[in-house]
Unconditional design. Structure first.
Length: 492
């Protein structure tokens, strides 16, 4: 039976393993951590459970397709629920409201902001068109295979290439559609979904707002880690061998660059087909021991996506005014992004994201209490000591939320843990602790991500957030599916 070895058990690695198994491969997956999941993991702090990374589910159909490959119903594995409302917003001028699917969101926007229904509908119609003209090509197929460019979908999209709004920034496009800076700020926020800067990233990425408001935002009843648990259960039903606490130390190639073996746990095993769910630079520098490879050299020159400072707080009371997702905006968004992406600084006045999983997963916190996952966008790790900035940011966040909610938040934090760019890099292997690989702050960023198949190391395929099509749960999952399909196409 043909055999493939998968290194890493994040969304990319699990989806690659399941897709390969569906295509008749024997699959062996290695995960160096105690649990699969990668950045999307789970942890207990005192009596509180936290999802460590992603928190909002979009595009659940991508996950449904993964299950459909083996004629399984995703509903039997992952309890997905649509969110209404999706996110609660607090602006620096005191404006506050909750977002929703577009039809329910429009009346909220026209009530609280200086926007008209016609403006909102016109803007989101444009975003829908961009989505329809791009996602089947730029997200769901390899951008490095000739067959992609010969397909009907690609040829159709190429005829409309000028309409995907790639030649100006997200902020420029949003500012043209709306004069109210609060509406522009709300839409600019979607650059953070792939760790980018809306004042640099191409306006094509505004389609992310359509994904959330046009197609919907979703939660998972047993937490985001419930998705990983559902994928792991399916993997075991498909007889995929999953080895946790098992680190692959090296991928060994012959003189012609063909993958021949893996060094795993001090042993050497034969392996001619490998799918890597490892950060690109970690892959080249540690596993391949090929740090001067052209793509590795190029990757080092590209700006990484943002990282984060994350606080995990157990709160000894509940807040009715807060929901599952909460955003407290800064007063100067442009300055905030410039500090992160241009100057490598933690913002002095950051936007604060608070996710409270216990709003839908009651057992995540003791009765009457809440588990707060608090995230602030930050620059990637550059060797600095994060302790001072961590404490300064913590103090600002506590004071800010205390003022808005009119409480003394410090008195309600009963357990605490944190993540910094340095510890994100250490725990997940992500280069510089960047959350999404390279940033999308250039027009050509989509084409600069590493291919899903290596031309230099034959038999090696790649998935995960640092390769095509990018970071985030749906895209990392697609990367695994693409890598496994390329594997089977080359070795049917």
């Amino acid at each position: 039976m043909k055999e493939v070895h998968v290194i890493g058990g994040g969304f990319g690695g699990l989806s690659a393993a399941i897709t390969a198994a569906a295509q008749g491969w024997k699959v062996v997956l290695y995960e160096k951590q105690a649990r699969v999941g990668g950045k999307a993991n789970t942890k207990m702090v005192g009596g509180f459970r936290f999802d460590t990374g992603p928190s909002l589910l979009t595009l659940p159909d991508i996950f449904a397709r993964l299950f459909n490959q083996v004629e399984k119903d995703i509903a039997d594995y992952i309890p997905i629920v649509p969110l209404s409302p999706i996110t609660r917003y607090w602006f620096s001028d005191g404006t506050r409201f909750a977002s929703d699917r577009l039809e329910r969101f429009i009346p909220t926007l026209t009530e609280h902001l200086a926007v008209t229904e016609a403006e909102v509908r016109s803007h989101f119609t444009k975003l829908h068109k961009i989505w329809e003209r791009t996602h089947r090509i730029f997200l769901e197929q390899s951008l490095h295979s000739l067959s992609t460019y010969l397909s009907r979908d690609t040829l159709s999209s190429l005829l409309h290439i000028g309409s995907i709004d790639a030649m100006r920034s997200m902020h420029a496009a949003n500012s043209e559609s709306f004069s109210d800076p609060r509406m522009v700020q709300l839409l600019d926020r979607y650059a953070t979904y792939n760790g980018s800067d809306p004042f640099q990233a191409p306006a094509t990425l505004n389609m992310i707002a359509h994904v959330e408001h046009g197609l919907g935002g979703f939660g998972v009843k047993n937490g985001i880690y419930g998705i990983i648990e559902g994928l792991l259960r399916l993997a075991r039903e498909l007889d995929i061998e999953v080895h946790t606490n098992t680190e692959v130390e090296r991928i060994i190639c012959d003189r012609k660059g063909k993958v021949t073996h893996l060094a795993v746990g001090g042993e050497t095993i034969g392996a001619s087909s490998v799918i890597s769910d490892v950060d690109v630079l970690t892959l080249y520098e540690r596993l391949l021991q090929d740090p001067e490879a052209p793509l590795a050299t190029r990757y080092r020159r590209l700006p990484p996506s943002s990282s984060a400072l994350v606080f995990y707080w157990g709160i000894d009371r509940s807040f009715n005014e807060l929901g599952l997702h909460n955003i407290f905006f800064s007063s100067d968004y442009q300055k905030e992004f410039a500090q992160i992406h241009r100057y490598g600084k933690v913002p002095l006045e950051p936007t604060v994201y608070v996710n409270i999983g216990s709003k839908i997963t009651l057992e995540d916190a003791p009765e009457g209490q809440e588990n707060w996952f608090v995230l602030i966008n930050a620059p990637p790790h550059d060797g600095r000591d994060w302790s001072v900035e961590l404490q300064q940011t913590r103090s600002h966040v506590v004071n800010r939320i205390s003022s808005i909610l009119e409480i003394d938040l410090e008195q309600h934090i009963v357990v605490e843990d944190f993540w910094t760019p340095e510890t994100i890099e250490r725990d997940t292997g992500s280069h510089a602790g960047s959350l999404y690989g390279i940033s999308s702050n250039t027009t050509m960023a989509a084409f600069l991500r590493h291919p899903n198949k290596s031309k230099r190391h034959h038999g090696l395929y790649l998935c995960g957030g640092s390769v095509h099509p990018g970071g985030g749960m749906p895209l990392a999952t697609l990367s695994g599916m693409i890598a496994a399909r390329l594997l089977s196409k080359e070795k049917p």
